[in-house]
Design a protein around this ligand. Structure first.
Ligand code: WTA
Length: 648
């Protein structure tokens, strides 16, 4: 990457941890963090082994790490069970009757499950899985709204060593179909429907469409959420609540090898096909349990709310495995933040006395837009810690979050990580790290993060380059399911000997990491990753489109918006109606989050002489800025002039 020539205004506001928080926190000062971090880098295995001993193991590991680049094995020879670590071990003491999940549905219905109750439900569900033929190692696809059953289904799989692959409930039938084919799952767990913005989302119907003509999927287990009628296919579909009558609530957790797969989660990359990120049991549990404890600083009476859906990695690591492994009470809310009014979050916080809120910058920016009156209507004084994840948080949104939601009292943990990293890798610690709005600050213990140039040389502070991780960490992905070659190429070929994150970043004079954004062709729309190629291939799947190029452009709320340049086939004429049809087509193919904000019809796309689309130019056109930089490799210069005029 070229040396950064843009001028970055240095952020000068610094927020030091308060004495009260520092006194109670796991790490109590910046000096202590620095010392521990330096020590952990000298011997990461020692640090992680100590963290691992906080979990329950059926068999202790023989070796902390086997590292043969790019393949890591952690806690080799050890055996454990993720659901036992999230549930059973809390049952012997006072946590038995503590709330594990406080759930609220969008229409306002509520349910609380104590650790004991959650344990029982998970055992019942694990037995339902067994009754329906699921064995250790089998893949189970979960496609559900955000109801307690989604968490129960995940933990139920983990309990018997089955591998879950959760597909976000907002994704389309086609997305389910692709993930079924790639993962080889033969069983689907779903619900009749869910609620979103007052509407019924026809979850089961999407599954039916995805399964039309399939002979691979033998069983669909359906949780009942609403009263709507759904199609139940006699020989294939069963109701969860009916199956529950046939099984016992006794299901011992099956100890699995530390490296036994826990889940596959699909995420976007720079080609059209989503990648099945594979995480295994031991390392993932150690990583998520340790980071949640240090970063969210859990106390026994916390009510912790991570607003992510279980369909994303944040939902896996910081709504399910990390907090439950720590015996924390987790808030779960099914619906939209602005339903029925834009103060739903603040109402929930006030009613439930939530103490920790972990949400995304896109939500914070939307709240800012809706106005200060909404949060001001509610008593948010229970909050003591805030978190942010998914994309860089702009300093303005950070300040608003700090002042309006945290009343200047709550530190903000801006956590950088990825589906692939499994757990948070760069983040402040609440009692230790002085905060600056807009930066995820410094690496977690045992994490060796660096900014390097194209050749892998570490860059001096102030210069932008590629963000890499130089040492393995326990919760790292193990491979891309079924595609080793892509695993090696995507993560381990860009910079020799290092894990390449795909992000560009720089460090300031204090060594803090500022994430600039993705270097590859991945967009970050409302905190959700979308591959440009994925959207492009959906567009050319429409009859009228010959060619498409998709780029991001800055968007006030979503961080990035999606702009698609489309070249039509002969015989099709550009029109508003056609643009609308293509947008709906993308929503159907991937899901509403991928719907382009704008379609620009073009006669041709700017290409290099070797036929590569020049995205850099398209980005500038989409953002409406003057085209700068080298255009000498462009094959047909007139394309540019025509593109710029188009759509104005
Ligand atoms: C971006 C989400 C800046 C980044 C956990 C990363 C962030 C991608 C932050 C991963 C943050 C996530 N500051 N950028 N605090 N958190 N990102 O896989 O570009 O959905 O590579 O995981 O989101 O997105 P993913």
């Amino acid at each position: 990457m070229a040396k950064n020539t843009e001028s970055h205004q240095e952020e000068t506001r610094v927020f030091k941890p308060s004495k009260e928080i520092a006194r109670e926190a796991e790490v109590k000062s910046f000096a202590e963090y620095k010392k521990l971090h330096a020590k952990s880098l000298k011997n990461p295995e020692k640090f992680w082994a100590r963290e691992a001993s906080n979990l329950v193991w059926s068999k202790k590991w023989k070796k902390v790490l086997n590292w043969k680049l790019p393949y890591a094995e952690w806690f080799v020879g050890g055996q454990l069970n993720a659901s036992e670590n999230c549930l059973d071990r809390h049952l012997d003491g006072p946590r038995r009757n503590k709330a594990a999940i406080i759930w609220e549905g969008e229409p306002g219905d509520k349910m609380t499950l104590t650790y004991q109750q959650l344990h029982r439900e998970v055992c019942v569900f694990a037995n339902i899985l067994k009754r329906n033929g699921v064995k250790k190692g089998d893949r189970v696809l979960i496609y559900m709204p955000l109801i307690p059953e989604a968490v129960i289904a995940m933990l139920g799989c983990a309990r018997i060593g089955a591998v879950h692959t959760v597909v976000f409930g907002g994704f389309s039938s086609d997305s389910i179909k692709d993930r079924l084919a790639d993962s080889g799952a033969k069983i689907v767990v779903t619900a009749d429907a869910g609620y979103r913005r007052g509407q019924i989302v026809t979850i089961k119907q999407n599954v039916d469409h995805a399964l039309a003509g399939s002979t691979e999927v033998k069983r669909v287990i359906v949780a009942k959420r609403t009263d709507i009628e759904v199609n139940i296919q006699e020989d294939r579909d069963v109701w969860w609540h009916q199956e529950a009558q046939y099984v016992s609530a006794d299901c011992p957790a099956v100890p699995v090898d530390s490296e036994h797969p826990l889940f596959i989660l699909y995420t976007s990359g720079s080609t059209g096909k989503p990648k099945g990120i594979l995480h295994t049991t031991g390392g993932y549990m150690v990583g998520t349990a340790a980071t949640s404890r240090y970063i969210f600083d859990f106390k026994e009476n916390d009510i912790y709310w991570c607003t992510a859906d279980v369909g994303w990695i944040t939902g896996h690591s910081y709504l399910v495995y990390g907090p439950l492994a720590n015996g924390t009470t987790c808030m779960l809310y099914e619906g939209a933040p602005n339903w029925p009014e834009p103060d739903r979050f603040w109402k929930i916080i006030a009613e439930q006395r939530v103490t920790i809120l972990y949400t995304a910058p896109t939500a914070i920016r939307a709240f800012m837009k809706w106005g200060d009156d909404w949060p001001k209507k509610h008593d948010l004084s229970s909050l003591r810690l805030l978190g942010s994840v998914g994309e860089p948080i702009n300093p303005e949104a950070w300040m608003w979050y700090h002042k309006m939601i945290g009343a200047g009292r709550c530190p903000i943990m801006d956590t950088w990580w990825q589906t692939e990293t499994g757990a948070i890798l760069i983040s402040p610690l609440p009692g230790a790290t002085p905060l600056k709005p807009g930066t995820a600050t410094l690496p977690f213990f045992g994490v060796d993060a660096a900014i390097v140039d194209d050749k892998g040389k570490e860059l001096p502070h102030g210069e932008s380059g590629k963000l890499v991780i130089r040492k393995p960490w326990p919760s790292m992905l193990r491979t891309i399911y079924g595609d080793k070659a892509r695993y090696i190429k995507t993560y381990w070929s860009e910079v020799k000997g290092c894990y390449f994150t795909g992000d560009g970043a720089r460090r300031d004079k204090d060594g803090y990491f500022w994430i600039v954004g993705r270097i590859d062709d991945v967009l970050n729309v409302a905190g959700h990753r979308l591959g440009t190629a994925e959207v492009e291939s959906a567009i050319v799947g429409h009859d009228s489109a010959a060619e498409a190029a998709v780029v991001g452009r800055p968007d006030e709320i979503k961080g990035q918006g999606v702009v698609a340049f489309v070249v039509l086939k002969e015989g099709h004429a550009a029109s508003k109606e056609l643009a609308e049809k293509i947008r709906s087509h993308v929503a159907k193919a991937i899901g509403p989050i991928a719907k382009p904000d704008e379609i620009r019809f073009a006669e041709a796309l700017p290409k290099t002489r070797s036929g590569k689309i020049m995205r850099r130019l398209l980005k500038q056109i989409a953002a409406g800025v003057q085209i700068t930089g080298d255009t000498t490799t462009l094959e047909d210069l007139s394309v540019l002039t025509r593109l710029s005029k188009n759509g104005e």
